[in-house]
Each structure stands twice: as C-alpha cells, then as structure tokens.
Design a protein around this ligand. Structure first.
Ligand code: FAD
Length: 402
C-alpha cells in the first residue's frame, strides 16, 4: 500500500489529507503534528476565541471521527525530528515511518523578544497557537494594563479584543505607522482612528527598548525613554516560516521552502504547502501567510501527488476583524504607486484601491463586501478600471465587471 505522510497538522496539512481522500486516493495517509490538539483554525485565536465568543470545539477544522472515518492516521503531539530522503523515512524520536510521498506543511513560528530585553519574563506572550491563547486569556481582566508590541494585524486584533474587554491598551509600533509593511497610509489612518476611538493608545515611531520585572514583567521602557507600568505584554512582531526540518534534509529554501509551481520541493517526492512554502507567482516568488492560500495550495499539491500536473495559481485574499469592522483584502499591493479611496454605501464603509501605473493590484475594503468582491473579480480577470472611475461616487461598481 502506498503511504503519504504529511508533516504539520495545521490548516494546510488537514486540507491536503482530506483532499487526497476526496480525490479517491486509497493508500495510507499519516498526518503528523507537534501540537497536541486536533487541527484547528487560527484566525479566531486573535478574534472571537480570545474574546470568549467562540468555544474551543468550534476551532477544530473537523471532529476526530472524520479522520477515523477517512482512514487518516493522526499522530498528534509528535514533532518530526528528521527526514531521510534517500531511505524515504521520517523520524519521530526513535520511531521511523516510511513514505512514498511526503508533504511539509509546517507553517510558521512567531518571532520572540530576546531574553536580553526581557522576552522570557512571565507575562510576555506570543499569538500563534491555541496553547498561547489559553496561556494569555486569564490575563484579560478589565482594568489591567497591556502593552502590545507591533502594529500589524495580529497586534491590532489583540488590541481590539483587549479594548473591548475593558483593559487599558497601549500599542507601540517601531515603524512610522501601523500596518506599514502591508498597507497604504490610507488604511493605516483608518485603523488608527478606529483604535483611538476605542481609547487604545497607539504610539508610532516608538519601539520597545526593554521589559523588566522580578520574574514577571511589570515595566516597559520604550525607545524614547518613556516607561509604562504593565501587567502583561503581547508581541506581534512577525513570523518566520518553519524551515528548519527542510533545511536539515537538504531541501532548498528561499524565504520559505522553495517549491516549483506544482508544489514540489528540490528533493524528489517531497512537497510543501501553506505558510512554510515559497512558490512562483507571476514573474517573482512569494510566500503567503493566509488561510485561503494554505487551503488552495495544499489541495493543488494533493492533486499533483496523484499526478494531475497542475500549477498553483494563487488568487491572494485575506481578512481581519477589529471591533465591528471587517477588513477584506483582495490581491497583493506590492509595488503600488497610487491609491484611490472610494466611499462605501454604509456609514464607515470605505475601500482603498492600489494601482501600479494603470494596473489595479489590490483592494482593502472596510465593511464594504461589495467593493471587496468586485475588486477581487476585477483583479482576477486582469481588468483595471481607471482610478478616477473607481473614486467617483457615480460609478456603479458592478457595471465594471461586464
Ligand atoms: P499552521 O496552521 O501554522 O500549521 C502548521 C503546523 O505544523 C503547526 O501545528 C505546527 O506545530 C506543525 N509543525 C511544524 N513543525 C513540525 C514538525 N517538525 N513536526 C510536526 N509538526 C510540525 N489568515 C487569514 O487568512 N485570515 C486571518 O484573519 C488570519 N488570522 C490569524 C490570526 C492568528 C492569531 C494567526 C496565528 C494566524 C492568522 N492567519 C490568518 C494566518 C493563518 O492562520 C495561517 O496562514 C494558516 O494557519 C497557515 O496554515 P499552515 O497549515 O501553513 O500552518
């Protein structure tokens, strides 16, 4: 019986194994994960789950019986320590499993603050796993002082939850503005105003110098010399692709595990998908950190493992929830030179459309599902209405699709 092993029981790993069965693959499947819980969705971790609106069970992508019924062997709490690509084996400690095809869906890991600046004090948290959230949730009591380090989506979502729960929230962002790495100033302005209206103290152009406390963090010193009394700290300072296992196997990496358009790595019969994989996109190579990418890429890899020979054509999209604002993003704004703003129909609804020259690259839509959906379809169809057409309130967006 052929045996497909998938290392990493997260979004991509779960999607890949389910798709294999869905395509009629009858060989053995083993899905190996180092976390001890069933594969789950991460987005609610910094949103509804942290807020207490979503139960733990609702995070799981599928119930345990699904894996039993589909004859997918789940090995949880089992970090893979080595791969031998010649013998075609993977090791979980002393145990060795043999594969015919192997997929790496190892995801990514958050950057931690270094111990030298207090990163190992108690009360300093990262936001990646269910265990991380379970560890920080008891800290979310009204009136406490929380410092959030990093003004990207994770930090801002955590700030929104903390503010909603009545904590005193300060967020520091070392760059000139929040969301600088991922969005235009217009989008930063929108979210700065939103958070400020919820009494979050946003400090931009200011970093964390160091944390201090006797075993547990109590004080934060900022790069401008100011100090803050803190009860706990959340860091959202970016992630790195989990490539260590691939590298120790001799698999090529390039900002992630390097794959071809079909998801093959540089080593025979080893594939990669999800946050850990970098893949060809138009005339460049990208790595995406999003659920839609993890699912779509993993499903294409499943097809290709069974011989489909299909290229993965990414259609990037992403979302974030903060307070009562749903941000939906279509496309990739890399290389934009112009942004136009379009007011939505409902109060507070707005969209920002990114162009490079005459080409529409991406849309950030805030509480404006119509702008998001139409923008996404225009980008996927390679259509670029003129910026002034988008900005005009007279324009019927839907008509642009014709
Ligand atoms: P993961 O889901 O990280 O799964 C990888 C798994 O591999 C992990 O469980 C890891 O423990 C395991 N693993 C790693 N190494 C080994 C090993 N050697 N042996 C065994 N197992 C191993 N995306 C969106 O699109 N929208 C959002 O709103 C959004 N919000 C997010 C909020 C949070 C708090 C976080 C953390 C992420 C969010 N994301 C969001 C990103 C999204 O969750 C990820 O892009 C997605 O989970 C990637 O799936 P993946 O399977 O590649 O990686």
């Amino acid at each position: 019986m052929p045996h497909i092993i998938v290392i990493g029981a997260g979004q991509a790993g779960a999607s890949l194994t389910a798709k294999l069965r869905n395509l009629g693959y009858e060989g053995d499947i083993t899905l190996i994960g180092e976390e001890t819980v069933l594969p789950y969705q991460r987005p609610p971790l910094s949103k509804g789950y942290l807020l207490g609106d979503i139960t733990r069970e609702r995070l799981f992508l599928r119930p345990e019986e699904f894996y039993q019924n589909q004859n997918i062997t789940l090995r949880l709490g089992s970090p893979v320590t080595a791969i031998d690509p010649v013998a075609k084996t993977v090791s979980i400690g002393d145990e060795t499993l043999t594969y015919d095809d192997l997929a790496l869906t190892t995801g990514s890991a958050p950057h931690h603050l270094p111990a030298s600046i207090g990163g190992e004090l108690q009360g300093v948290h990262v936001v990646r796993t269910l265990a991380d959230i379970d560890a920080m949730q008891p800290e979310f009591a009204a009136g406490k002082n929380v410092l959030i380090v990093g003004g990207g989506y994770i930090g801002l979502e955590a700030a929104a939850v903390a503010a909603k729960l009545g904590l005193n929230v300060t967020l520091v962002e070392m760059a000139d503005r929040i969301l600088q790495r991922v969005a235009a100033p217009e989008t930063s302005d929108y979210f700065r105003a939103l958070h400020t209206s919820h009494e979050v103290n946003i400090l931009e152009g200011v970093g964390l110098d160091h944390l201090s406390g006797d075993g547990r963090v109590t004080l934060a010193t900022l790069t401008n010399g100011d100090t803050l009394d803190v009860d706990f700290v959340i860091t959202g300072v970016g992630i790195k692709p989990a490539t260590a296992l691939a590298e120790s196997t001799g698999i090529m990496t390039d900002n992630g595990i390097k794959t071809d358009a079909q998801g093959r790595t540089s080593v025979a019969d080893i594939w990669a998908a999800g946050d850990c994989a970098s893949f060809p996109y138009r005339d460049t190579r990208i790595r995406l950190e999003s659920v839609p990418n993890a699912i779509d890429q993993a499903e294409v890899v499943a097809e290709n493992m069974l011989g489909a020979g299909k290229d993965y054509i990414a259609t990037p999209w992403f979302w974030s929830d903060q307070y009562d604002v749903k941000l939906q993003i279509a496309g990739l704004n890399t290389g934009y030179d112009t942004v136009v703003t379009r007011a939505g129909e409902k109060p507070g609804a707005q969209s920002h459309w990114y162009y490079r020259g005459d080409t529409l690259l991406a849309v950030d839509a805030m509480n404006d599902a119509r702008a998001y959906m139409i923008g996404k379809r225009l980008i996927e169809a390679g259509k670029s209405p003129a910026p002034e057409v988008i900005a005009s309130p007279e324009t019927d967006l839907k008509a642009l699709l014709k």
